[in-house]
Design a protein around this ligand. Structure first.
Ligand SMILES: [Cu+2]
Length: 175
């Protein structure tokens, strides 16, 4: 079998080279020499090399332990989710402190900065249902209510006659 014979010859040659470079040889003769040894030696050549340092490449390969990082990405900002809304009314405008909110319990504060009474209604445009109403608030009044808003679009407006048509309305988005 050519493969097996080649392996034996190679092993014998390597062992012979190691012996040739051993301490028995003088310093000027340390250059590795390849010694041709016949296949008849079989396993004996390897035994003669026992006790010597292992050949290069025979050290066990160790892989470094891998760990999964547990830190969060510092560049990922926390989601902005406001839960309060300011509504300011005057003649004849309706201003909101923000036009988008997250669904949930929202604190809505109506402030009348005008000279006439105004009120407020919050209408869910997706369901055409009224979510909350504020009674007429006098000039300078501040009235706060907590309202639960689901995702959707909402129209905020004053229900006093002609006030909506005159401009007292706005739309916010929840979601
Ligand atoms: Cu009004």
């Amino acid at each position: 079998m050519p493969v097996r014979g080649g392996s034996i010859l190679l092993a014998a040659a390597v062992a012979g080279a190691a012996l040739g470079a051993g301490p028995a040889v003088g310093a000027k003769h340390r250059k590795a020499r390849w010694v041709a040894i016949k296949a008849r030696t079989h396993g004996h050549t390897a035994a003669r090399g026992a006790g010597r340092p292992p050949l290069v490449g025979t050290q066990p390969v160790t892989t470094p332990a891998t760990t999964t990082p547990t830190t969060t990405d510092p560049t990922t900002p926390a989601p902005i989710c406001p839960t309060a809304l300011g509504v300011t009314e005057d003649e004849y405008h309706t201003y909101v402190s923000r036009s988008t909110l997250c669904p949930g319990s929202i604190l809505i504060q109506l402030r009348n900065t005008g000279e006439d009474p105004h009120n407020l209604e919050v209408l869910n445009l997706d369901t055409s249902s009224t979510v909350a109403t504020w009674d007429d608030a006098g000039p300078g009044d501040v009235v706060t209510k907590r309202v639960t808003l689901v995702a959707g679009s909402y129209r905020l407006f004053c229900t006093l006659p002609t006030h909506d048509e005159l401009g007292m309305h706005t739309v916010i988005t929840v979601g």
